[in-house]
Write a protein that binds this ligand. Structure first.
Ligand code: ITT
Length: 434
């Protein structure tokens, strides 16, 4: 069944959220759901309603209105009537309740956030669009308060989004435009959070009824659609984050580097774990620097995104610096256990066990600029493996200062390792480079 605008039953209209549409409000968006357009602003005030004064708790409230020509025929402004309609009061209470559930009011502290939702064009779903857009405005305002240090702790509990569902000509459909809404037998607004919990369901049969089975079907439609809206909300809220792709196929490196980077604000590390696939880069240079730069540059150009790569390895004194840049392929199988066995075999009868791990991290921009940072850690190779964390040669790499191998130092490794040291240097320069 195709609907009058060609959509499938489970397809919401095209949703576009444009942020920062108002230079004064702490958070603002224009949300467009098909032809429905709503401006949502979030305004922060240090004054709370009287019932909260002195409690340390904050409040989130909402106001809703429609511009006179938001509809096919001009509506008189409620201001000129001097009275809010019952519909307006009901809708703004709903928006306020929904958005309050997104926030830990204690953590917000004694301040008031007012979400104003002004419909500039209505084609059904204005209250649900106000909630989905209002949440983004609210989250942007909170982000600003955190950035300015006015809030120390993030009070957001969860995204909140809403969509309409209904029954039209006995079919269950999602996101009703006005013409569908006015003909629908059943009409329902569903508000949910990111945890998949319901905040409110308003469902009515209009001269019709609906079965339990249909109710379940409607909620399923709403849930899928809300999940998509929440993903969109997050993309908009976080799109000032600089995305850096971590060009490695080594899952351990991804874990270590992502952790070490996690304290940098406004940078999001993406990797193959985010479903982005990258081509294999041949490591044919004869230094860590050369291979590291090659990996970063090729992937930065391929993805048209800033990329970082790590080329690392173990250099053992008694083996003239081997396995070095060949560390991953030392035994030829690419398997950690085989590499370790070969290393210990080649060290038999040798007393000098001094070794170092080297990591060269390179950051490359798609325009070909590249920056490299080297980190090293000294240790000794022991014959018997110890510990079961980390990867590669870690169980044989004994760190004198801690009398343990790197595989026995899960927390500490990310502070003392060659990789951590190279990344610390990169972090210091990051602002300058970008
Ligand atoms: P990518 O090239 O895809 O990043 P890779 O594992 O092939 O992954 P390298 O070419 O840089 O990476 O080889 C690094 C090898 O050096 C790695 O496979 C280990 O054998 C060893 N190595 C590097 N860092 C290590 C660490 O922190 N602990 C243990 N072994 C490490």
């Amino acid at each position: 069944m195709l609907r009058e605008d060609g959509r499938k039953f489970n397809e919401e209209r095209k949703i576009k959220i444009t942020k920062d549409v108002n230079i004064y409000a702490e958070g603002s968006v224009l949300i467009e759901v098909g032809n429905t357009k709503v401006i949502c602003t979030a305004s922060v005030s240090e004054k709370v309603p009287p019932f909260l004064r002195g409690t340390g708790k904050g409040w989130v409230t909402a106001e809703y209105s429609m511009l006179p020509r938001a509809t096919g025929e001009r509506n008189q402004r409620e201001a000129s009537k001097g009275k809010l309609s019952g519909r307006t009061v009901e809708i703004q209470r709903l928006i306020g309740r929904a958005l309050r559930s997104a926030i830990d009011l204690e953590k917000l502290g004694e301040r008031l956030i007012t979400i104003d939702c002004d419909v500039i064009q209505a084609d059904g779903g204005t209250r649900t669009s106000s909630i989905s857009g209002g949440y983004v405005a609210l989250a942007l305002a909170i982000k600003k308060l955190l950035k300015e240090g006015i809030l120390e702790e993030n009070p957001i509990i969860s995204n909140v989004a809403a969509i309409s569902v209904g029954k039209l000509n006995s079919d269950l459909i999602v996101d009703l435009k006005y013409s569908e809404d006015s003909a629908a037998e059943v009409d329902m607004n569903v508000i949910m959070n990111k945890k998949g919990e319901f905040i409110e369901i308003q469902g009515t049969g209009e001269e019709a009824t609906f079965s339990r089975k249909e109710l379940n079907g409607l909620l399923d439609l709403a849930e899928s659609s809300i999940n998509r809206i929440i993903e969109l909300q997050d993309n908009i809220i976080n799109d000032d984050e600089l995305k850096i792709f971590l060009a490695t196929g080594n899952q351990h490196k991804i874990d270590e580097i992502t952790k070490i980077f996690s304290d940098i604000k406004n940078v999001k590390i993406l990797s193959t774990k985010d479903g982005i696939s990258i081509p294999e880069v041949e490591e044919d240079r004869d230094t860590f620097e050369g291979n590291s730069q090659k990996k970063a540059l090729e992937i930065a150009k391929y993805l048209n995104m800033i990329a970082i790569a790590d080329d690392s390895g173990l250099c053992v004194d008694a083996l003239n610096g081997e396995p070095g840049i060949y560390s991953a392929r030392y035994s030829g199988t690419g398997n950690d256990l085989d590499n370790n066995n070969l290393l210990i075999k080649n060290l038999q009868g040798k007393n000098d066990r001094n070794a170092k791990f080297v990591s060269v991290i390179s950051l490359a921009k798609p325009n070909g600029e590249v920056y490299s940072f080297r980190g090293e850690i000294a240790g000794k190779i022991i014959d018997e493996p110890k510990g079961n964390t980390g990867f590669g040669y870690d169980p044989h790499f004994f760190v004198g200062e801690f009398q343990k191998t790197l595989a026995e130092l899960p927390e500490l490794k990310n502070k003392i390792s060659h990789r951590a040291k190279a990344l610390e240097k990169l972090k210091k320069e990051l602002k300058e480079i970008l």
